[in-house]
Design a protein around this ligand. Structure first.
Ligand SMILES: Cc1cc2nc3c(=O)[nH]c(=O)nc-3n(C[C@H](O)[C@H](O)[C@H](O)COP(=O)(O)OP(=O)(O)OC[C@H]3O[C@@H](n4cnc5c(N)ncnc54)[C@H](O)[C@@H]3O)c2cc1C
Length: 487
């Protein structure tokens, strides 16, 4: 038996019958271990004391997710590893003690999938190291995009990431990763060259094209929380010009539908599929507006001509180093509770959809001062289409754009406000999905989606199930839309 087989036989023995059933609850076949009988002292010693229980100082702050809708979730304990060895020891311990494990990096899961009720939350915030050697970047499990930006400061090197600097590199890359350089340089996961994973069966898998190749495939779009805990990620960086053009545009609400149509035409223009990436959207908060921001890998003069065709009410363009450009496009999480849905569409955004969308949002009257809806389109269809759907677990290689629909309210708003927002978002999703389809982006998960297996993963779901069976047959890692092992 090789080391892998030995570890599987050992760590999996008590769990092989399945710690979790397909509905995500403990099965009768599981080997239950009462909370008090778990060897917490052993885990605390292993972690040098960095283990927190409800009520401990620091527990509440560590437990708070970015989406406050899930802030009531209470894990049995929070483990804070500082190294790969700490993570390996923690996962081995969890297998022996039959407790589900939930990793958290940046904590930005829309659906609260890095929260836990009664399980062991593994908070990776102590593993934020980012190192750069030549054109290779290595990020620890807890690194956030802002750590990547800091490590690349002063260079002309780019890791294609997302728009929000607070999000974790882990969650972003494991689910794909779309952002302001997607059409020019591909998804975040397309730049991943290697990753180290402590798998659900407590094995250290060093993954790249020629080693643990199926798990490596799964780590490029198969979403976080499914196979184990990735402790480090290695990326190839892209050298970009010393100066890049950026833009930030907006339109008054009365011009919303024509603005959407013009933006849709521009992103569909084959001449600009690789040099222009943007996101554009509508917001019902404050003054209703349509906004668009993005990067253009060409001259500012050409960009201004393109912007003129869009006829925005307000426009700002500029040329800057890539770091400043990213900074200009940043958005951060408000912390308010929200619900969201996403659609990945291969179709162009037609005139009738733009009209329907503007109609629906025009009728969206806020139920409280903090209530608001946002609809954001992320332009796709450039370098992200260079790979085929089966080349990585990220299946949406034919997408023209990804739509993110969200409804927010305040922590203090009464239930009728949140319930009303949920219903209205569902209605808006129904309207849009009729025209744009029901594929969805796994990094914008919607817990209400029933066909999530095909929506997030399409034909790749079966292979993901096979990988899951190999590395985490007992489902130590499990959540409501988590990959279920192949039978
Ligand atoms: C304000 C905001 C802006 C965003 N902008 C973008 C954007 O521009 N582009 C884009 O593509 N997405 C964007 N997202 C979505 C984002 O990519 C996902 O929410 C992503 O999962 C966040 O990663 P995280 O590490 O912060 O989240 P977490 O909540 O910590 O983790 C997400 C999932 O991954 C698991 N996980 C975390 N760390 C690990 C690990 N080391 N190993 C294995 N599993 C792990 C968790 O258990 C959970 O299931 C945005 C989200 C928000 C809230």
């Amino acid at each position: 038996m090789d080391r892998r087989t030995v570890l599987r036989a050992g760590a999996g023995a008590g769990l092989a019958a399945g710690l979790w059933g397909s509905a995500g609850r403990a099965t009768a076949a599981a080997r239950p271990v009462a909370l008090k009988d778990r060897d917490w002292a052993g885990l605390k010693q292993l972690l040098g004391g960095r283990l927190y229980f409800p009520g401990d100082p620091g527990f509440a702050a560590l437990n708070l997710p970015a989406n406050h809708l899930y802030s009531h979730r209470l894990p049995a304990a929070i483990a804070c590893p500082r190294s790969h060895e700490d993570v390996l020891g923690t996962v081995e311990w969890a297998g022996r003690n039959a407790i589900g494990v939930v990793p958290r990096s940046g904590g930005h899961s829309y659906a609260g999938y890095s929260t836990s009720d009664g399980g062991l939350l593994v908070h990776l915030g102590g593993m934020r190291d980012v190192t750069v050697k030549g054109t290779t970047l290595t990020a620890g499990a807890g690194a956030r995009l802002l750590d990547v930006h800091a490590a690349l400061q002063g260079t002309d090197l780019l890791l294609p990431g997302g728009y929000c600097p607070d999000i974790g590199v882990s969650g972003l890359v494991l689910g794909g990763g779309i952002g302001p350089a997607t059409r020019s340089h591909g998804l975040t996961c397309d730049s991943l060259t290697a990753t180290t994973v402590v798998t659900g069966d407590a094995y250290t898998a060093r993954c790249h094209e020629n080693s643990n190749a199926d798990l490596f495939w799964a780590c490029r779009g198969g979403a976080g929380g499914n196979f184990g805990i990735n402790t480090s990620f290695t990326f190839d960086l892209h050298r970009v010009p010393k100066a890049t053009a950026w833009f930030d545009l907006s339109w008054d609400w009365k011009d919303a539908a024509p603005a959407l149509k013009r933006l849709a035409e521009l992103i569909a223009d084959p001449r600009h599929r690789k040099d222009l990436t943007c996101r554009f959207g509508l917001r019902t908060s404050g003054e209703r507006r349509v906004c668009a921001q993005g990067l253009f890998f060409g001259s500012e003069e050409t960009l201004r001509k393109l912007v003129a065709l869009l006829r925005p009410r307000r426009s700002r363009t500029g040329t800057a180093g890539i770091r400043e450009c990213m900074h200009r496009l940043h958005e951060t999480s408000s912390g308010d509770p929200y619900v969201s849905s996403s659609i990945v569409s291969g179709q162009e955004l037609g005139a009738s959809v733009a009209d329907e969308l503007v109609d629906s949002l025009s009728n969206w009257k806020p139920a409280s001062p903090a209530s608001r809806a946002t609809v954001t389109f992320f332009a796709m269809g450039g370098a992200d289409t260079a790979l085929r759907p089966a080349d990585t677990a990220y299946v949406h290689r034919d997408a023209a754009f990804v739509v993110d629909l969200a409804a927010y309210w305040a922590d203090t708003d009464p239930t009728p406000v949140s319930d009303g927002n949920r219903l209205r978002l569902r209605a808006l999703y129904r309207v849009l999905s009729k025209s744009l389809g029901t594929d969805a982006y796994q990094n914008f998960p919607d817990p209400g989606l029933t066909n999530w297996q095909s929506a997030y993963y399409g034909k790749n779901y079966a292979k993901l199930q096979t990988v899951k069976r190999t590395v985490d047959p007992a489902r130590l890692f499990s959540y409501p839309q988590g990959i279920v092992p192949a039978p």
